[in-house]
Design a protein. Structure first.
Length: 177
């Protein structure tokens, strides 16, 4: 398939979102794909800041949520990118791979929550209570929002067959899981 929304080059970048190109949006193919809809990308930026940078989950839990969501969606782009990010955070490959199966402890609780959101479209009361006790209610809400956020990205990535960014693709070839 030839995608009607290949990641935009700098020369193709819309003038109305030029200020975003030199920040997060120009750095990754996912946002270069979203740049086909400048108003959406502009609206996306503040939510991205919260979900990616300012959430109550913290970086490790956030990556675990994203890895499980990427696995459940079958999003190769998100999986590869977040394997790379998890490694930068110091996660070993065994812990990363466990998010494709049945991890134990808190990682298993996070995986169960992501699975419940995909399968039941909600967190059952007992699971929500256990999560709130373990990670805090704001983190539970951020977990839900993170799954939603990365699901939307996954839909865009898979609809438009967005290629994994070159640096991440090279890392996955040189250091596969």
């Amino acid at each position: 398939m030839t995608s009607p929304c290949q990641p935009l080059t700098d020369a193709e970048w819309p003038a109305e979102i030029l200020d975003l190109r030199d920040g997060f949006a120009g750095a990754l193919n996912v946002y270069r794909t979203m740049a086909h809809h400048p108003a959406l990308l502009r609206a996306w930026a503040p939510l991205r800041q919260h979900i990616v940078k300012d959430n109550a989950l913290g970086p490790i839990r956030s990556e675990l949520v994203i890895l499980r969501a990427a696995y459940r969606m079958g999003s190769a782009y998100e999986w590869a990118h977040h394997v790379s990010r998890a490694r930068v955070l110091g996660m070993d490959d065994a812990r990363i791979l466990a998010m494709r199966g049945h991890p134990e402890g808190e990682d298993g609780l996070i995986a169960a929550a992501v699975d419940a959101l995909f399968d039941q479209r909600r967190l059952p009361e007992a699971l929500e209570a256990e999560l709130a006790q373990t990670i805090g209610r704001e983190a539970v809400m951020d977990l839900i929002a993170t799954v939603g956020f990365y699901s939307v990205l996954g839909y865009i990535l898979m609809t438009y067959d967005t290629p994994v960014d070159a640096g991440v693709a090279e890392e996955m070839r040189e250091c596969p899981l």
